[in-house]
Design a protein around this ligand. Structure first.
Ligand SMILES: Nc1ncnc2c1ncn2[C@@H]1O[C@H](COP(=O)(O)OP(=O)(O)OP(=O)(O)O)[C@@H](O)[C@H]1O
Length: 362
């Protein structure tokens, strides 16, 4: 059991605050994923939780006990890094047993812990091999095994799959999902650049930006109800399209006259005082469909990318909207190249942002 709490946590290097006002409650059994642009402080925050970086402000507690000044080894936390750093001259078994030998555990305790980890990670057949005789994915499993044998309350993963090739990433990602299933009471925090890892593994995703938390939510909450334009465009690939316009009709369904001449409708509710408000509508590429009546965008398809199950459409860059718009249509539509298309989206899929903030969260 481990409930983690970060209260007003900050990190300053000299005068520069790289993280501030970090408030986060993590419950036992959650798998929390930190995402955000490069340099936003994901690794720093993870390392502060591990005790590898000093916390310069605020409090970090595990089950109510303040951890700020507790050394890493006494926090009950194990960290798995992207470079697995196994001891090359030791077998898989000895790599996993090493920390327990140092901790002066008995041979029987070590044997029990190593076999349990080997079972969870399906490393049984490899226990007597040296790391050089393993694939990258198997080595990463041994690195995770070294964490498991210590039976920590909290697991921290710093981009554990980023050194693996695409196929192995998928396989190892599924293994991590299974690992989490097998250890429902362990709390995990995972840093990644990979959207798919974040969306598929996380109980909740923490989006970091500009030194703070931009939004915390389940993967679907972030996808369906982003609080701001940053999260809207960060989660989902290709990114959500933003088109500028003005509110011309309010109520349970809002009408927006777009600067490009198009019209959009949104089920985000508005009131009379919103008439004339400048907004950006947000529409995901996958929510755009061919329009028969009102369109929110019309343009000439310049490039198509047929990916098999979907086709991405990019438009002739003759207006600001056309330059940034991407549509994702199911199936293969290479024939749309050089044709004019009109696109719309159902009102339920049209997000509204004013000043960068979603009108849903007013
Ligand atoms: N020792 C240091 N002194 C000063 N600034 C630092 C130091 N270490 C990190 N930083 C700064 O802190 C910020 C956060 O770095 P961090 O490595 O945590 O980002 P990140 O989100 O993990 O990035 P990436 O995704 O590129 O790994 C960066 O702007 C970085 O330049």
């Amino acid at each position: 059991m481990a409930n983690l709490k970060l209260a007003n946590v900050e990190k300053a290097y000299g005068e520069v605050k790289v993280l501030k006002d970090i408030n986060l409650d993590i419950k036992t059994g959650e798998l929390i994923v930190f995402v955000g642009p490069s340099g936003c402080g994901k690794s720093t925050l993870l390392r502060m939780i591990a005790g590898l970086e000093r916390i310069t402000g605020g409090d970090f507690t595990i089950d109510g006990a303040r951890m700020n000044d507790i050394p890493p080894a006494q926090r009950g936390i194990a960290m798995v890094f992207q470079s697995y750093a196994l001891y090359p001259h030791m077998t898989v078994r000895d790599n996993m047993a090493f920390a327990l030998k140092i901790a002066k555990k008995t041979a029987a305790e070590i044997e029990a812990a190593v076999s349990k980890a080997a079972r969870i990670l399906q490393l049984g057949p490899y226990l007597d091999r040296l790391p050089k005789a393993l694939s990258g994915g198997q080595r990463q499993r041994v690195a995770i095994g070294r964490a498991i044998v210590r039976d920590p309350k909290v697991y921290l993963f710093d981009e554990p799959l980023s050194n693996l090739d695409a196929a192995l990433r998928v396989a190892t990602r599924i293994e991590i999902a299974q690992l989490k299933e097998n250890m429902p009471d362990s709390t995990m925090i995972y840093v990644t650049h990979d959207q798919v890892e974040a969306m598929t593994l996380a109980s909740r995703i923490v989006v970091l930006a500009g030194g703070g938390i931009s939004q915390v939510g389940t993967p679907l909450e972030l996808y369906e109800r982003p609080e701001n334009e940053f999260v809207a465009q960060f989660i989902g690939s290709p990114a959500m399209n933003l088109l500028a316009g003005e509110i011309t009709g309010t109520g349970a369904v809002t009408t927006i006259k777009l600067d490009n001449g198009g019209t959009a409708r949104s089920t985000v509710p508005t009131t009379d005082k919103d008439m004339g408000l400048r907004v950006n509508i947000g529409v995901r590429p996958e929510d755009l469909t061919a329009a028969t009546g009102d369109a929110l965008f019309r343009g000439e398809v310049e490039i198509t990318e047929a990916l098999g199950e979907v086709t991405l459409l990019y438009f002739k860059r003759d207006t600001p909207d056309a330059a940034q718009l991407v549509a994702k249509l199911p199936g293969i539509h290479a024939g749309l190249r050089k044709t004019h298309v009109a696109l719309t989206a159902i009102p339920e899929k049209v997000h509204l942002f004013a000043g960068g903030r979603s009108l849903l969260y007013r």
